[in-house]
Design a protein around this ligand. Structure first.
Ligand code: ATP
Ligand code: MG
Length: 596
């Protein structure tokens, strides 16, 4: 510790909202270089190397072979698959001196596809799985939580190449199994959930989420075994409702009812239902949103959903990817005076509203109107009458209005039913640490990766793509393993197994501590030795540092030595006094148990 390049901090960094970020900076593992971009210090690098080693071993064991691509790549392959455009502002683009376009790769599907195309041409060469552990760049809109959402981060990305769909399914399963082993070995709790494939394209996809209250992903689970990211939850569509005896729609005065609550209260007071009270679920709420397309185009859309539910922006974005979504602003409303805030109804939306002609000559709704799947034909609604202070009652879907389509944008709530009939859903949050995709033939098709099959026929290869967020997994480990005093690493990834602390002034103490450290090292135990003299670091400072750094076993050589005793303090658990003569054996056994 007297020579180690580290400075621990007693104060939390001001920009750190989550424990892993706070503690990794305070313990001297990482330093911020720019928003979402971090420098790795010696202790951090040791942990990173261990996490990478687990990933590498399991990838190799799965039969995948390691390669390494540049991070700086030409535009053309990404243009061929459309992703140069689709990524919009989310990638770092740059120019070389000849004005050529380059990017810092956010992920490498294109390059792997081209490499295999370059070298392989026969079905006999497949299946093949390749991977790399490499730095990725994404100009995230909201870098946050330190390593959890960085703009530069390390990903393990693997890709599989097969001739048949069955082959792809088998390659996918192999990677899935490897992921289970990786996260189990890392000691990271995980849940496998169905996912959407986002900008990646392709069919089947699953995410590995580490349950955590600070996770940005919300997932659902049913007792019957259904598990999905909320983004991927498909709403069970109710049966259409007969509406032959439904009254005609009628517009009523509903002054001062800009919110659902005020509207429901007024409806019950002034227009009571004979059979029961009106509730928010009887109202059709029309939420105006702006989609920002990768080419920068801004499009207003309105989502119509039962008034007891809110729009979940992440679900909406998953449904409209690669476009991004945001609530409409004042300028949007100013540009569309037909949208009467608080009283928006279907009359001015979608097929009922204005029509515009696209560049290609198609006639489309000026404002696309997308309905929640629950708004089925025959359902009856109270909704805006497109006039200040007025609502329309008994407006029947399919009779009085229609839309341009449906959209999965309504929030998923605890107690909603799982789409596969396996019971009510529970919600929890998680950190996405891995994501596996059956890409299918999209990339191979776009880039011309074909092989000759058994009959000499040229066929397009089918691919899978599999990512582990290596630096994010490290942060997730820090997030799951800490207390108010600092980090508390699982032994497999800790920067050392044992932290030997010498306290006091006497030379004997330091000699004994050094001897213990030396013997442990000779036995293959990784030791961090706090040899700082008392005038540089007091015992209090040393103990606080040991707790902050989070090495799993702390050995304190100090006052007790006069009585022949050394203290062995697990970072989490009870301390014990051990005779000096036994300490190496006791500690070695503990380390072995932790690593078992
Ligand atoms: P997210 O939804 O969190 O933005 P993603 O779905 O865009 O992630 P993938 O393209 O699936 O990410 O990338 C594979 C893995 O890389 C993710 O599962 C995650 O663990 C990691 N990862 C992605 N983006 C980041 C980031 N900005 N910082 C750190 N790790 C990341
Ligand atoms: Mg993902």
């Amino acid at each position: 510790m007297s020579t180690l390049f580290v400075r621990t901090l007693r104060e939390d960094p001001v920009d750190a909202e989550v424990a892993s970020h706070r503690l990794l900076v305070r313990a001297g593992y990482i330093r911020r270089a720019a928003p979402g971009i971090y420098t790795w210090l010696p202790l951090g690098l040791r942990v990173l190397a261990k996490v990478e080693a687990v990933v590498r071993e399991e990838m190799n064991a799965s039969g995948a072979q390691e390669v390494h691509f540049p991070a700086l790549l030409p535009k053309e392959p990404y243009e061929a698959t459309g992703r140069w455009e689709e990524y919009g502002p989310n990638i770092f683009r740059l120019k070389d001196r000849k004005d050529g376009d380059y990017l810092l790769a956010p992920t490498h599907e294109e390059m792997f596809t081209l490499l295999v195309k370059d070298l392989y041409s026969s079905y006999k060469d497949l299946p093949l799985a390749l991977y790399q552990i490499q730095t990725k760049y994404r100009d995230e809109a909201r870098p946050r939580a330190g390593l959890i959402r960085g703009r530069e981060f390390i990903m393990k990305d693997a890709y599989s190449f097969d001739v048949t769909d069955e082959g792809l399914a088998a390659s996918y399963q192999k990677q899935r199994d490897a992921y289970e082993r990786i996260f189990t070995r890392l000691g990271l709790e995980y849940v496998i959930v169905s996912a959407t494939s986002g900008a990646m394209g392709g069919s089947r996809s699953e995410e590995f989420l580490s349950p955590s209250p600070i996770g940005e992903d919300t997932f659902v689970r049913s007792a019957g075994g259904y598990a999905a990211n909320v983004e991927a939850v498909v709403t069970p569509v109710p049966e259409a409702v007969p509406y032959d005896d439904a009254p005609a729609a009628h517009v009523e005065d509903t002054p001062d009812t800009p919110t659902i609550d005020t509207l429901v209260a007024l409806a019950n007071a002034k227009y009571p239902r004979p059979d029961r009270e009106w509730t928010a679920a009887d109202t059709l709420k029309n939420v105006v949103l702006a989609l920002v397309h990768p080419d920068g185009r801004r499009e207003l859309v309105v989502v119509g959903l039962p008034g007891d539910r809110d729009v979940d922006l992440k679900r909406l974005e998953a449904a409209v990817a690669p476009a991004e979504a945001e609530p409409a602003g004042d300028a949007d409303f100013a540009a569309h005076p037909e949208l009467v805030k608080g009283y928006i109804g279907p009359k001015v939306l979608g097929p009922q509203g204005a029509v515009v002609e696209t560049e290609s000559g198609d006639k489309v709704s000026a404002i696309r109107y997308l309905l929640d799947p629950r708004v089925v034909t025959g359902t009856r609604w109270i909704t805006g009458a497109d006039e200040q202070g007025r609502h329309v009652f008994d407006l029947v879907a399919g009779r009085d209005f229609s839309a341009d389509g449906t959209i999965e944008a309504a929030e998923v709530r605890a107690g909603d039913l799982a789409p596969d009939g396996s019971g009510p859903l529970e919600l929890a949050r998680g950190i996405e640490i891995g994501h596996i995709f059956q890409l299918g033939r999209k990339y191979a098709q776009a880039l011309g990766l074909t092989v000759l099959d058994e009959n000499g026929k040229r066929v397009v290869v089918t691919m899978g793509s599999y990512g582990v967020g290596v630096t994010r997994a490290l942060a997730a480990l820090a997030e799951a393993n800490n207390d108010e005093k600092g980090l508390a690493w699982p032994a497999h990834v800790a920067p050392a197994h044992v932290h030997v602390v010498a306290t006091g002034k006497s030379a004997e103490v330091f000699e004994a501590a050094e001897a213990i450290a030396g013997e442990l090292v000779d036995l293959g135990v990784e030791v961090l030795y706090d040899d700082r003299p008392g005038k540089v670091a007091s015992p209090g400072v040393k103990f606080a540092d040991a707790e902050l750094l989070g090495v799993p076993i702390v050995v304190v050589v100090g006052r007790g030595l006069a009585d022949g005793l050394v203290e062995v303090r697990p970072r989490v658990g009870e301390a014990q006094q051990v005779p000096v003569a036994d300490v190496v054996r006791v500690v070695t056994e503990k380390v072995e148990a932790l690593l078992a």
